[in-house]
Each structure stands twice: as structure tokens, then as C-alpha cells.
Design a protein around this ligand. Structure first.
Ligand code: HEM
Length: 281
């Protein structure tokens, strides 16, 4: 299903022609379409859900904007979940409904979590990964020569980019002494994931992108019991997406100078706002 969606979006990219925006046509659309299919959201609802998720992930979003996005999302859930409960399909949501352990409110919450968890994270990572590979042509050439490197390349891009740049938070369940500090029971600690993933004591030459790097074990997807629920799905979408894109457009390049690519630096997850690309027809 992921391969089909990836190739359909690449067909659209080909149709749009050189100069097209990869974010609009490919990187934002693929993860959203995949998650929508996994929980049975009709295609007609996708774009408005993408807009709501994007708004909620923007740190500069105003209270009226956030309220409008939450209202839009709740309105969708209030229509969608009862309809699915009346006729569960053969998908994740259908399984959860048939499992009979969750009530309507819980199913709505979980559906919202899957949508908000999957869309912008994976979309930004897909786009940021493409941008980064295009900016590291030696690494891209290595990957194109040896597709076996893809698994490691995805891990290295996750580490190198750490798009969830605001970190992951935990409450201390008891007083903890750490690095000469006392973290008191009930206090919140936010771990700066980008700093961890570029720790020179952990990684040799941490600021270098090296897709053949062996020392993985990054925290780009969190850690412990609350580590990213969608990590295997994300890894699959990223591998399939990068492979198909560079296979079908081997000469892909940025259509604007790299430092003119506008970045979503005011979002929970970092990535390009748009990514104009070109190739030789
Ligand atoms: C490259 C893409 C992704 C990145 C970088 C990412 C990153 C993260 C991070 C950093 C966390 C916090 C982990 C922690 O606190 O230890 C997290 C949690 C989570 N992610 Fe992802 N994620 C991605 C894709 C996805 C996808 C595709 C889904 C949906 C299927 C998803 C659903 C979730 C959920 C539900 C949680 C909360 C888990 C919990 O609190 O128990 N994520 N993700």
C-alpha cells in the first residue's frame, strides 16, 4: 500500500514537471494518505485534516487559529468514529472497534493521536531527508550505488536531523540526582533530543552525515515505554519514499539555492515549508 501511494504521488510529480514543490506533491501527501488508508479516512477529508495538524504543530499559531483547528478536527472525529463503529472495516480502527475495549471517546482520542502523530512528523522527515541528501551529493551517490545502505541511511538521517527538535519530556516519579542536580519528584524534565543525537561522547564526528555509520541508537524517536508508537511505519515510509524518489528521478536537484528553501523553524517538527525540485526530462 505504501509503495502504491508513493508511486502515485511520484506520477503526480512527473506530471507537474520540473520546478514542482516536493512538499506539496510528495512529502506531505504520502504519510497523510498512508495513515488515512490505515484508519479508513476518505480522501475527501485528507487535505482539511492536513491543514488542522499543520496549524496545531505551528508554535506561532494564535488561540483562535488553534481553536478553529481543534473544532475542525473534533467535528471530523464526531462524524467519522460513530460511522466506523456502525460498520467497522478491515483496518486498524476496525480492529480496535471489534476488540471492544475502547468506548467512543477513547476511539476518537486514539484516532486523533494517530493522525496528528503520523502526518507532519513523517512528512517533515521525508522532506528534510531529501533536502539533506541533495546537499550531501557524496552520500546520495553512495546510497544510489548501494541500496542495501538504505536502512542505515534512514537511521543516520533521523539522528542527524532530529526533526522533533523541542525534545521529549518526562515527569520525575521520585527525587533523582543527576549530573550534580536534584530533579524533584513531580518536576518535568525535557531532554534536548538534537543535543543527545550530536553528543561527541556518543558519536564520532557527530556533525558529519555518514550513511554508513554503525553507531546508531539515536533518540530521534524517543526512548523507553513512550518511544514513538509509529516508528516502524515511519521507517518504512521513509525507506520506500527515498528509494522510489531517487530511483525514478536519479538526477533530482533543488530548483532554488539551498539557503533559499523556506524552513518550518517555528513548528514542533522541523522541515522545509516547500521544496522546489527539478530534474532533466
Ligand atoms: C519520522 C517520523 C516520526 C518522528 C521523528 C517521530 C518522533 C516522535 C518522538 C520524538 C516521540 C516522543 C517519544 C518519547 O517521548 O520518548 C514520538 C511519540 C509518538 N509518536 Fe512519533 N514520530 C514519527 C512518526 C510517527 C508516526 C508515523 C506515528 C503514527 C502512527 C507516530 C505516533 C506517535 C505516538 C502516538 C507517540 C506517543 C507515544 C507515547 O507517548 O506513548 N509517530 N514520536
Amino acid at each position: 500500500m505504501i509503495e502504491r501511494i508513493v508511486h502515485e504521488q511520484l506520477d503526480d510529480l512527473e506530471k507537474a514537471g520540473p520546478g514542482a514543490d516536493l512538499v506539496e506533491i510528495f512529502t506531505d501527501s504520502v504519510p497523510a494518505r498512508v495513515m488515512c488508508e490505515m484508519i479508513g479516512v476518505p480522501e475527501t477529508e485528507r487535505k482539511s485534516l492536513q491543514r488542522h495538524v499543520e496549524t496545531l504543530g505551528r508554535l506561532s499559531c494564535t488561540v483562535p487559529e488553534a481553536l478553529a483547528a481543534v473544532t475542525g478536527m473534533s467535528g471530523f472525529l464526531a462524524r467519522f468514529v460513530p460511522e466506523k463503529m456502525a460498520g467497522p472495516r478491515d483496518d486498524i480502527l476496525g480492529d480496535l472497534i471489534r476488540g471492544g475495549q475502547l468506548d467512543e471517546k477513547e476511539l476518537m482520542g486514539l484516532t486523533a493521536t494517530l493522525i496528528t502523530g503520523a502526518f507532519d512528523t513523517t512528512g517533515n522527515m521525508l522532506a528534510m531527508g531529501v533536502y539533506t541528501l541533495l546537499e550531501h551529493p557524496d552520500q546520495l551517490a553512495k546510497l544510489q550505488e548501494d541500496p542495501e545502505l538504505m536502512g542505515g541511511a534512514v537511521e543516520e538521517l533521523l539522528r542527524f536531523l532530529t526533526i522533533s527538535h523541542l525534545g521529549a519530556s518526562r515527569w520525575a516519579l521520585e527525587d533523582v540526582e543527576f549530573a550534580g542536580q536534584t530533579i524533584k519528584k513531580g518536576e518535568v524534565v525535557t531532554v534536548a533530543l538534537p543535543a543527545v543525537n550530536r553528543d561527541p561522547e556518543r558519536y564520532a564526528d557527530p556533525d558529519r552525515l555518514d550513511i554508513a555509520r554503525k553507531d546508531h541508537g539515536h533518540l530521534a524517536l524517543g526512548h523507553g515505554v513512550h518511544q514513538c508508537l509509529g516508528q516502524h511505519l515511519a521507517r518504512t515510509i521513509l525507506s520506500v519514499g527515498y528509494e522510489a524518489l531517487f530511483d525514478r528521478f536519479p538526477g533530482l536537484r533543488l530548483a532554488v539555492p539551498a539557503d533559499e528553501v523556506p524552513m518550518r523553524d517555528d513548528y514542533v517538527h522541523y522541515g522545509p515549508r516547500s521544496l522546489p525540485v527539478t530534474w532533466d526530462d
